[in-house]
Design a protein around this ligand. Structure first.
Ligand SMILES: Cc1ncc(COP(=O)(O)O)c(C=O)c1O
Length: 426
């Protein structure tokens, strides 16, 4: 070959992101019990419900064929109407929310596509995004590819700390950098990776702080509510989006991947007015519409109530798995000094902190012991911080109860505890 291929800056910046490493590790350690995979539980996937619904949808002669046709870039109006009604019910604000113009609703290929489109619509290299520390690592990859500057904001068991957000924005203002801030990104419910939710008190505070600093140029708050419907103990708080009076600051991203099926990959976004056109233009270039039939499938189950009963079953199953993982962790880790973990009320993840000297990264002795000797895999916590952030803790793990059965979760935690003990005794 005469010359090396010249690739774009964007593709170069996308190189080496966490999701690529993780997938590689999953392939290389296929014989391990996986507490790493963020996949949904296969046992809960609604094969029968999807089959019956598709049968109905395709059984109607004329309409059936239409549903196999392209849709529209943001999703056809009648479908978006169904999704709007669903969201209004979720927010328990049917009266107000039913009036939001349909043009602000966008159906996407999972919420991941919406996250990517938003970053492409808002960011030039060097523009700033503030994220919770830690945060959803795939979104960090999207920001990196865009050349964004990522600023982590201190978080705890109640989500992003408002005071820390205020301090960071004030610092940026003092440094004359406020005009570069585009976005605050928050996973509001049962967050990936920590399982924590932003508390009721913090939601309006985070919104107010974002609005307060939205002066020299607009700062938007991207609320990623991917796990919102996977609540086990108490229903989640009203979204931050619902607290935004004029609805011009918060972008809401939702998905049916976790509650229904990632293979169907339907996402739902609600956008402030000024973002509609840019996002729609970019999406037009990408795909001029996400899979139309899949949107019909979700919309039909939303309308006839089968979605609601399905999600109730999904919650039951995950609640059992969450309990199984926490019971095993309590048993295996309680007597280890300086090991702590969060107790999630929903979602798919438990976040564990080890003593500071025990690193958890792919190249650490613990990761090697876990995968090669004890045959168990986890997600190193450091992937969930910006890669160039020197203060990032190196001793944390994301443990998922997504894919394994209750029995195998128990076994996986036993193996992990053996691996950790082997390092503590070194
Ligand atoms: C926090 C968060 N947001 C968004 C997504 C994207 O999911 P999807 O594109 O399937 O909707 C995920 C997937 O794991 C996630 O964890």
């Amino acid at each position: 070959m005469p010359h090396t291929l010249t690739i774009s800056d964007q593709a170069r910046r996308a190189n080496g992101q966490a999701i690529g490493f993780l997938m590689q590790q999953a392939v290389e350690n296929a014989d391990c019990l996986s507490l790493a995979a963020g996949l949904v539980d296969e046992q809960t996937l609604p094969a029968e419900l999807a089959r019956i619904t598709l049968n109905e949808l395709l059984g109607e002669p004329h309409k059936g064929r239409q549903r196999l046709q392209y849709g529209t870039t943001q999703g056809p109006d009648p479908l978006r109407r169904v999704f709007r009604t669903y969201l209004a019910a979720l927010e328990q604000r049917t009266d107000q929310l039913e009036h939001i113009p349909l043009r602000r609703f966008c159906l996407t290929t999972g919420s991941q596509q919406l996250l990517t489109l938003i970053v492409r619509a808002l960011f030039n290299p060097g523009d700033i995004c503030l994220v919770a520390a830690p945060t959803y690592f795939v979104f960090l990859g999207v920001l990196q590819a865009a050349g964004a500057t990522i600023i982590p904001v201190q978080s705890d068991q109640n989500g992003m700390q408002p005071q820390a957000l205020q301090t960071e924005l004030q610092r940026l203002q003092d440094q004359g950098q406020l005009h570069r801030v585009r976005l605050v990104y928050i996973v509001s419910d049962f967050e990936n990776p920590t399982g924590v939710s932003v508390s009721a008190e913090r939601r309006p505070e985070l919104l107010q702080i974002t609005k307060h600093f939205s002066q020299e140029s607009r700062i938007l708050l991207l609320e990623d509510a991917a796990y919102r419907e996977l609540h086990f103990d108490v229903p989640p708080q009203p979204s931050i989006w619902s607290l935004d009076d004029d609805q011009q600051t918060v972008i809401l991203a939702q998905t049916f991947s976790k509650s229904f099926s990632p293979g169907v990959r339907v996402g739902l976004g609600v956008l402030p007015d000024e973002l509609i056109q840019p996002v729609s233009d970019l999406k037009g270039n990408d795909d001029f519409g996400s899979p139309h039939l899949n949107q019909h499938l979700i919309a039909r189950t939303l309308k006839n109530g089968t979605y609601k009963s399905h999600v109730a079953k999904v919650r039951e199953s995950y609640r059992g798995k969450r309990n199984a993982m926490l019971t095993a962790i309590d048993r295996e880790f309680s007597n280890l000094t300086d090991v702590t973990w969060y107790r999630p009320n929903g979602g798919m993840y438990v976040w564990m902190k080890l003593p500071e000297h025990i690193e958890t990264g792919f190249n650490s002795p613990l990761f090697r012991a876990a995968t090669q000797q004890h045959k168990v895999m986890y997600v190193p916590g450091e992937l969930c911080y910006p890669p160039d952030w020197p203060q990032a803790p190196r001793c944390e793990m994301r443990l998922s109860y997504g894919v394994l059965s209750e029995e195998l979760l128990d076994e996986g935690i036993c193996r992990l505890a053996r691996a950790v003990r082997s390092q503590l005794s070194q």
